[in-house]
Design a protein around this ligand. Structure first.
Ligand code: APR
Ligand code: ZN
Ligand code: ZN
Length: 361
């Protein structure tokens, strides 16, 4: 049996997305069928539709989601029907060299569902980041489902499935920020603001938000930035140094993914400090800087994939902190929208009007 449901697809490069009927197979061994309740609109969905990630059209978009497990296939014991889960796009395999080496957040062979979701004519859909969640029901690998407390509203829980986890994790897992640190975050969109929140959670003493948009800087303050810098008006490297006793920040998190802002992060950092790149660059981007500075300034230059998260460890912990009132994740939800409003949400995202538009199903 298959379910036929509504889903948002990108049929071809650059064309507006559309709502259409999607056929979802019943779960096979190791798979789970999830009734999606909420799914955030992320830049990556837009990149898929613009052909920036691959040419495997049509794509079933959406990947930042929470919902309820409806059915599971043979051998699945980690979740059962009725469980409230957050979907993740890095279900670790447990067997690759990273997993066996004790660093599963780097897993090089993450799992997805084996069976394919299709259009009514049988055309196979490519699910965004191996999920595809702008859809009433989606088929994933059971390991992509992480059970959390159902008291968390789905539009909030789903955020942890991608951007917000990436930013939080860049601060608390990758850097990692510790009590008393000075931290600068360059780019205060959803990812950067989550990094600010993570820095606050970890006990940072000074948290500096850098952006070129005054509205974003105001939001950054609301998430816990102790200082903000409009880098269109003020040299951010000089100002970060001024705010940190002339030294630079212990940790600088780059949450845009551009060479010029990466260099700001590099030079805004204290000697032997840490730079974390969580913004995703495009293939054409190049970095030019004196190699001697990379030696002479020491320290650590890290990249953060999905906030180096382990869903099983991090999602239930973060949702519990939310329920205790210690992590205001609801502030990321700028609006909730219907399935047929994804295209207009892309436009709002491009104009910088929202942190997250979240589709409620
Ligand atoms: N200097 C400072 N800030 C900038 C600059 C710049 N040169 N260019 C853009 N910004 C700011 C924007 O004003 C915006 O507030 O960076 C922020 C980027 O935020 P969003 O567009 O909302 O993106 P976000 O969802 O936060 O993702 C950021 O992380 O996961 C990746 O693919 C994602 O590369 C993207 C990055
Ligand atoms: Zn692995
Ligand atoms: Zn995403």
């Amino acid at each position: 049996m298959t379910s036929d449901v509504r889903g948002v697809i990108a049929r071809s490069k650059g064309e507006p997305v559309e709502v259409t009927t999607v056929l979802v197979p019943d779960p096979g061994p190791g798979e789970a069928l999830v009734a999606v309740q909420a799914c955030g609109v992320c830049h990556t969905d837009l990149h898929y539709r613009e052909g920036g990630i691959g040419e495997d059209f049509p794509y079933l978009l959406g990947h930042e989601a929470a919902g309820v497990v409806e059915a599971v296939g043979d051998g699945v014991t980690s979740v059962t029907p009725g469980d409230f889960v957050i979907l993740n796009w890095r279900a670790v395999c447990g067997e690759c060299r990273a997993c066996r080496g004790g660093r599963p957040w780097y897993c090089f062979a993450t799992h997805n569902a084996r069976q394919k979701m299709t259009l009514e004519d049988g055309t196979v859909l490519s699910p965004a980041l191996g999920i595809g969640a702008f859809v009433d029901k989606t088929l994933v690998a059971a390991g992509q489902c992480t059970k959390v407390d159902p008291a968390v509203p789905p539009e909030v829980a789903g955020l942890l499935g991608c951007g917000v986890m990436a930013g939080l994790g860049a601060a608390i897992n990758t850097a990692p920020v510790t009590r008393g640190d000075s931290v600068a975050v360059i780019g205060c969109g959803g990812v950067g603001d989550a990094a600010i929140l993570g820095a606050r959670l970890a006990g940072a003493r000074t948290i500096i938000g850098v952006d070129i948009d005054p509205r974003k800087l105001e939001w950054a303050r609301q998430f816990g930035a102790t200082h903000v810098i409009n880098s269109r008006e003020t040299d951010p490297v000089e100002r970060i140094r001024e705010l940190t006793g002339g030294n630079g920040a212990d940790v600088v998190i780059e949450a845009i993914g551009r060479p010029e802002t990466y260099l700001q992060a590099f030079y805004g950092r204290d000697l032997a400090g840490t730079v974390v790149l969580v913004g995703v660059p495009t293939p054409d981007m190049r970095l030019e800087a004196p190699l001697l500075d990379f030696f002479g300034r020491g320290g650590a230059l890290k990249s953060s994939w999905y906030g180096d998260c382990l869903p099983e460890r991090d999602f239930p912990m973060l949702t519990d902190l939310y329920l205790q009132g210690r992590l205001p994740l609801e502030k990321f939800v700028s609006e909730t929208i219907a399935l047929d409003q994804v295209e207009s949400a892309f436009a709002k995202m491009e104009r910088g009007e929202v942190l997250r538009s979240v589709v409620k199903l």
